[in-house]
Each structure stands twice: as structure tokens, then as C-alpha cells.
Design a protein around this ligand. Structure first.
Ligand code: GFB
Length: 311
């Protein structure tokens, strides 16, 4: 199938977030009308507000990038926010998309939907084959419900809606708050501030041994636009980079990019989370999408942005 985005009205739900921002930037090349609505325009947790807003704006397509997101500590300590708010946001948008007959909808999940000890690299069919990682099961359950709701609409109403599962992301517009951020922006900030202060040590949470795969948000956005135009299948699809590193190696790469040597101090009071989550993105590659920058180049350009605009 091909969906021509030209002259379509495309709502990027969550355009102020890192992923939504990247998708809105990428869509500019498609000749479509990009619709944005901040929280002051529509509160996505409010069902009637979403319904009313959709009745007025009538998009042809939706990229559902609005979500409550955060790193391991935020997920582990604010389970209600991650479960309840995400369930509400996605159900409200999907429900209104059905009411107003939206032709295309792309729902975004996360690699944490897969079992904690899924065989690596993780293929799409690992979903619901084992227990989840406890630090993020709340977020994962919400995202799994979103995938199933999209599938349910396909099955019951014949909707051409799809779901994509990105791996761990980073890039411009990331959250740099040290309590709620993900590891990559946290370590970028920690090294930058250590350099400014002349600290001899940088604290890294956990053991440094977990492995993570990282994808730049602009690479993700490119893949999502590709999927919006070309993918129409019941099954969700993984979007990874194949670029996997240990947290210790990530810290060393960031130290190099920032240009500051410091002793790494591992804080074992913080959780490691999933030992490894490398996605199998072979289905996406087989469709013809392949465009991934190196991790070091991605971190370098992200850091340049931080030096220019601040955290
Ligand atoms: O990026 P992160 O918070 O999320 O943590 P997850 C990845 C790993 O980096 C963990 C370690 O082993 C952390 O303990 N780490 C080391 C740090 N230093 C730091 C630090 O300063 N800050 C942070 N945040 N981590 C999230 C899920 O899991 O990933 C979400 O909680 C979502 O649900 C997201 O799926 C993509 O990869 O562990």
C-alpha cells in the first residue's frame, strides 16, 4: 500500500516532545499540512476535549507521539502517571480518530513492551511471551494496550492503522532533567557540568553493564514517515538502529564527545533495568528503510545543539 501525504492534513500529537518535534520537522518535506495542538489547546487526557478538537480539526492522518515518557527512575517511581495518563491519551485519540474516520494513524510504542528476558535481538513476535521488566511495566502495559487497540480497530473496523516500536531514543528536544531523563541526555549533562566545574568523578547509575540500543530521533522520524506512507499490517514493527553499547561504553563515548576525562563512579543503589534490549529490525529493513547515523555522530550533533541552545 502507499499513502500519499501530499496535501493531507497530518496531526502530530505530541509535537512539543522530542519524537513529535522530529516527525514535524521531517514531514515538512512531504508537502502536507502539519497540524499541531499544544496542551493549552487540547488536554489529551480529557476525552471530550479531544473529541471536540478532532471534530474541528479533521485530520487525514495522525502520528500518535503524545505520551508520558521518562527514564528508568521516573518510570519506577510514578507508575500511575505512566499507566493512567498513557492509557487515557491513546484511548482518547484513537477513539476520536474512529469517530471522525481518520484514514491513517501511526501509534508509537517502545521496546520495553517486550519481556525482560526476551531472546536477542528481539523480534516483533516476542510480545506477550514472558514477564515484563518491573521498573517499566506500567508504561509497557499502557503501550501494549495501545498496540492491541490499533489491532482491534483493524480487525473490527478495517482501519489502515499501524504501530511502530522504537528503541531507546535521543536527539534534539530531549529531556535533560537528571531525575526524569533517560541515560544518554543524563550523561551528556553530567559530563558537561563536570567539565565546567572541574569535577574528577561522574556518577553513573547501576552497574554500567546493561546493554542498550540507541537511535537518533531524526532517524526515527524518517522511518515513521516511511511507514506512514508504505506500511499496512496488523503486526507492530520494530524501529531500531542495530547500534548497541554497554552503559559504561556509552559513558566513555560521551566523555570523548564532551572532551572531558573523569572517573566513572557506579551507583549500585540505582536499578540496572533490563539487561539487554536490542531490537530485531529486519522486517523494517526488508521493506527498504535503512538510514541510520552512527552513535558518535548522533551524540556529537546533539551536543552541538546543547552548546548552542542550552539544556
Ligand atoms: O535510559 P534509561 O533511564 O532507561 O536507563 P531504560 C538505561 C540504563 O542506564 C539503566 C543506566 O541501566 C540505568 O540505570 N543509567 C546510568 C542511567 N546512569 C544513568 C543516569 O544518569 N540516568 C538514567 N536515566 N539512567 C526506559 C524505560 O528504560 O527506557 C521506559 O523506563 C522506556 O519505559 C525507555 O522504555 C525507552 O532503557 O532502562
Amino acid at each position: 500500500m502507499t499513502f500519499d501525504l501530499k496535501d493531507k492534513r497530518v496531526w502530530v500529537a505530541g509535537h512539543r516532545g522530542m519524537v513529535g518535534g522530529a516527525v514535524a520537522r521531517r514531514l515538512q518535506a512531504e508537502g502536507c499540512e502539519i497540524i499541531r495542538a499544544g496542551r493549552e489547546v487540547v488536554d489529551l487526557v480529557d476525552q471530550s476535549a479531544v473529541h471536540e478538537w478532532m471534530a474541528e480539526s479533521r485530520p487525514d492522518a495522525i502520528v500518535l507521539a503524545a505520551a508520558k515518557v521518562g527514564g528508568i527512575h521516573a518510570n519506577d517511581t510514578r507508575p500511575v502517571d505512566f499507566l493512567h495518563d498513557n492509557l487515557m491519551i491513546q484511548a482518547n485519540i484513537i477513539d476520536a480518530a474512529h469517530a471522525f474516520d481518520v484514514a491513517r494513524l501511526l501509534f508509537l510504542g517502545s521496546s520495553c513492551i517486550y519481556p525482560k528476558l526476551a531472546p536477542q535481538p528481539i523480534s516483533e513476535d516476542s510480545l506477550l511471551t514472558g514477564p515484563l521488566e518491573p521498573t517499566n511495566e506500567w508504561y509497557a502495559i499502557a503501550k501494549i494496550a495501545g498496540i492491541k487497540l490499533v489491532q482491534a480497530h483493524r480487525k473490527q473496523h478495517g482501519r489502515k492503522w499501524i504501530s511502530a516500536m522504537p528503541t531507546n531514543l535521543y536527539g534534539p528536544g530531549d529531556n535533560y532533567d537528571l531525575q526524569s531523563s533517560h541515560v544518554l541526555p543524563a550523561l551528556l549533562r553530567k559530563f558537561h557540568e563536570a567539565k565546567q566545574r572541574g569535577d574528577t568523578e561522574v556518577v553513573v547509575w547501576g552497574s554500567g553493564r546493561p546493554l542498550r540500543e540507541f537511535l537518533h530521533c531524526d532517524d526515527l522520524a524518517d522511518a515513521l514517515v516511511f511507514l506512514l506512507k508504505n506500511y499496512d499490517d496488523d503486526e507492530h514493527i520494530n524501529v531500531g538502529s542495530g547500534v548497541e553499547v554497554s552503559i559504561r561504553d556509552l559513558a566513555e563515548t560521551i566523555a570523548e564527545v564532551v572532551g572531558y576525562e573523569a572517573k566513572l563512579v557506579f551507583d549500585s543503589s540505582k536499578p540496572d533495568g533490563t539487561p539487554r534490549k536490542l531490537m530485531d529490525s529486519s522486517r523494517l529493513h526488508a521493506l527498504g528503510w535503512n538510514n541510520v547515523r552512527s552513535l558518535k555522530d548522533g551524540i556529537r550533533s546533539t551536543y552541538e545543539g546543547v552548546l548552542r541552545d542550552g539544556f
